[in-house]
Design a protein around this ligand. Structure first.
Ligand code: ADP
Ligand code: MG
Length: 703
């Protein structure tokens, strides 16, 4: 029988369990496996044997180079390739790869953001092998490269990347969750992992059109553009049948992802025209994070092969929905139990209720920090704009759990829970189907969805590492306090009931099951004292809040210095992003829009002159009116360019940091809007054939 394409390609480029069993001696395999599964330390001699096996496997598969693949604080991945060629080579090439090269790399770190953690003259940075995320082969125009997932740190051991804190947070939550499980009598569990499934939204547009827009090229989003007559109001794109060009992209994307062992599962059209989504099956947090980076890179690469451009920006087009990433998160024991599964009688599942209340407490305690973990300049356009969750963190529990929480708050314990009923849709030929115990709520930023939480605020182009680091560390922090208390309890069952009830009482304000898009909620949230953090600049303050520092230091996830450096990096990243946007707008307006409009008004003037020359009393009122209107908008645009240039130049002379970022937010961004307005109005008036760039309608519908 012919093999299915998925079976044929899946995992073929991954140094996975099957490959390890084939290439490693039994003892080495067992040692490595125990490190991967139980977090035991890895002996250096093991690394030598693994390196040898990895090299053999990579060479057998055509690799010429290897690279330590890491995730600096730019949010994208970094790599420097070395060929396997050794110094021993003479007339014959000798290929080598040692344990030392596997476990440690030393890229020059001076050009990566460090937020003052490292002066440029202290350039050393180290990459260290993360053996818990499998090495893989990347095959493209450059040939085949063995990629080794690594963590990246400074000479003094401080994290310079997104992965180190994530790995630390995974250890923290595992430790505390195991303590709790022991109290519930589970002696078998040795390790708890967070499972993560990241749904990725993206846009696909024609690459030829993309290349004609400087804003897309330099900033990833359109900075100008008026809405076409049709946007997303008919809801006809959402889940619509997938057109052939996009379908051929998706087919190739899946194959590339499957080769890399990425469990690409779901594909569909999203709400906005030209918008789509891909969701993989969940995996352990660090692997899911690595995979999501690969998903984004592969989407970009494969799109170009189809003469398409994949836009990962949170808001590529004003007026239609932008893109986000839903970060589905849960806790799973090494014995395979999902700790957020309510079971058939959730009201009586004390262990579930304890973990649930821990998550509620963590999210409430650190709501602003969680909002920060989803912040980038692009996401400021989405959150709170009635297309994505508001910038206020709240938790949706659904009817079933909401009812249980109410019972506990009223009487201290719950005695029953609603069950999913059978549903009758009134057609006898369709068999009855069972409803879930709870409906969905698409407007909630943090929703319980059956056996996991779905954090829906994450930015589409961002690494998911930050969000999961915050979730793990804050929940670990609450679990630690809970375990401290419960370990001392005389009557454990009673102590759990009391703790759950107390926790829910203290944190019930974060629970909200209503419509998160409504204005009522904004004022209600304010009454409840929930933070409404509108921009990345505001959100960044939470990184260096004393409460945050104490929590992260307590869980050994971040030191104070590391947090201060990350806050610096955030302010700089924000300022740089807006600076590039402002400069792009000035350039496009000065070199494209204004000259084109001048051309158009000149044509109008010439038309008036020649018509009147030919026939003195001919009616030229249309041309005259257009000429006046366009000339006046042209003057507005020119004025706005000068203002934008001036304020942006001023921003550039300011010291980097919070003040500069605030100036970009409060002065430069409004100046950008003031320039966009007259240009977008002109776009609706001026002859399309002299408009210098593709319009929204072209890009969104002509794919
Ligand atoms: P929806 O968002 O429509 O509810 P699904 O229920 O299919 O979609 O799940 C969305 C994502 O959640 C997928 O990536 C899926 O693998 C992931 N997911 C499912 N169960 C878990 C879990 N226990 N932990 C983490 N992620 C999960
Ligand atoms: Mg979802």
């Amino acid at each position: 029988m012919q093999k299915n394409v998925i079976e044929d390609v899946f995992g073929t480029k991954v140094f996975n369990d099957a490959v390890m069993q084939e290439y490693l001696p039994k003892k080495t395999y067992a040692a490595l496996k125990s490190t991967i599964e139980n977090g035991n330390e890895l002996a250096p001699e093991i690394a030598n044997v693994v390196a040898h096996a990895m090299k053999e496997w990579a060479l057998n598969n055509g690799a010429t180079h290897y690279t330590h693949w890491f995730q600096p604080m730019t949010g994208v991945t970094a790599e420097k390739h070395d060929s396997f060629l050794s110094a021993e080579s003479d007339s014959r090439a000798v290929l080598e790869f040692s344990g030392k090269e596997l476990i440690k790399g030393e890229p020059d770190a001076s050009s990566f953001p460090s937020g003052g953690l490292r002066a440029t003259f202290e350039a050393r940075g180290y990459t260290a092998w993360d053996c818990t995320s499998p090495a893989f082969l990347r095959e493209d125009a450059i040939g085949t490269v063995l990629c080794i997932p690594t963590a990246f740190c400074s000479y003094t051991g401080e994290a310079l990347d997104k992965k180190t804190p994530l790995l630390r947070s995974m250890e923290a939550i595992s430790k505390q969750a195991v303590r709790i499980l022991r109290l519930f009598g589970d002696e078998e569990v040795s390790n708890v992992r967070c499972s993560v499934g990241a749904e990725q939204e993206y846009f696909l547009i024609d690459r030829g059109q993309y290349l004609r827009r400087d804003d897309l090229i330099f900033t990833g989003r359109t900075l100008f553009g008026s809405m076409p007559p049709k946007g997303q109001e008919l809801d006809d794109h959402y889940f619509g049948s997938i057109r052939e060009r996009q379908a051929s992209f998706m087919k190739e994307l899946n194959i590339e992802l499957w080769k890399l062992g990425i469990l690409s599962k779901t594909q569909h059209n999203e709400v906005a025209p030209a918008q789509h989504e891909m969701a993989p099956i969940f995996d352990t947090a660090n692997i899911a994070t690595d995979h999501n980076q690969l998903v984004m890179e592969t989407m970009k690469k494969v799109a170009r092969r189809h003469n398409l451009e994949c836009l990962l920006h949170e808001k590529p087009f004003a007026g239609v929905n932008g893109s986000g990433k839903h970060d589905n998160w849960s806790l799973v024991t090494n014995t395979g139990k999902n700790l957020l599964r309510p079971g058939s009688a959730p009201y009586d599942n004390k262990q579930f209720l304890l973990f649930l209340s821990a998550v509620i407490a963590a999210v409430d305690d650190h709501a602003a920090l969680l909002r920060m973990s989803a912040s980038n300049p692009g996401n400021d356009h989405r959150l709170g704009a009635n297309e994505a969750p508001p910038a206020i963190i709240s938790i949706f529990l659904g009817e079933q759990l909401e009812d249980i929480v109410e019972q506990i708050l009223a009487t201290g314990t719950a005695t029953h829970s609603n069950k999913g009923e059978k549903m009758d849709i009134g057609v006898h030929t369709i068999p009855p189907i069972k409803k879930d115990a709870t409906d969905r709520n698409r407007t909630s930023p943090f929703a319980f969805t059956g056996n996991k939480f779905e954090f829906r605020m994450v930015a589409s182009s961002m690494s998911i590492a930050d969000a999961n680091t915050v979730l793990n560390a804050t929940v670990a922090d609450v679990l630690e306090r809970m375990a401290d208390r419960l370990e001392k309890a005389e009557d454990f069952d009673k102590a759990v009931d009391e703790l759950v009830c107390e926790t829910l009482k203290e944190h019930q304000k974060i629970i909200f099951n209503g419509n998160g898009y409504s204005d009522d909620w904004i004022s209600e949230a304010e009454r409840r004292g929930l933070p409404n953090v509108r921009t990345m600049v505001d959100a960044t303050a939470s990184l260096t809040d004393e409460k945050t520092i104490a929590m992260f230091e307590g869980q050994n996830v971040f030191s104070r210095t590391e947090l201060e450096s990350r806050a610096e990096i955030n302010y700089e990243a924000y300022a740089k992003a807006i600076n590039i946007e402002a400069k792009t707008m000035v350039k496009m307006a000065s070199k494209q829009y204004i000259p084109s409009v001048i051309g158009y008004v000149t044509r109008l003037a010439e038309s008036i002159n020649s018509i009147q020359g030919a026939c003195g009393d001919a009616d030229v009122s249309v041309q005259t009116e257009l000429l006046k209107k366009c000339s006046s908008l042209l003057a507005d645009a020119r004025k706005a360019v000068l203002v934008l240039k001036e304020v942006n130049d001023k921003a550039n002379t300011m010291d980097e940091g919070k003040g500069q970022a605030e100036y970009y937010r409060d002065v430069v961004i409004p100046a950008m809007a003031d320039l966009r307005n007259p240009i977008d109005t002109l776009e609706d008036i001026v002859d399309k054939t002299c408009w210098p760039v593709p319009a929204y309608g072209d890009m969104l519908f002509e794919v």
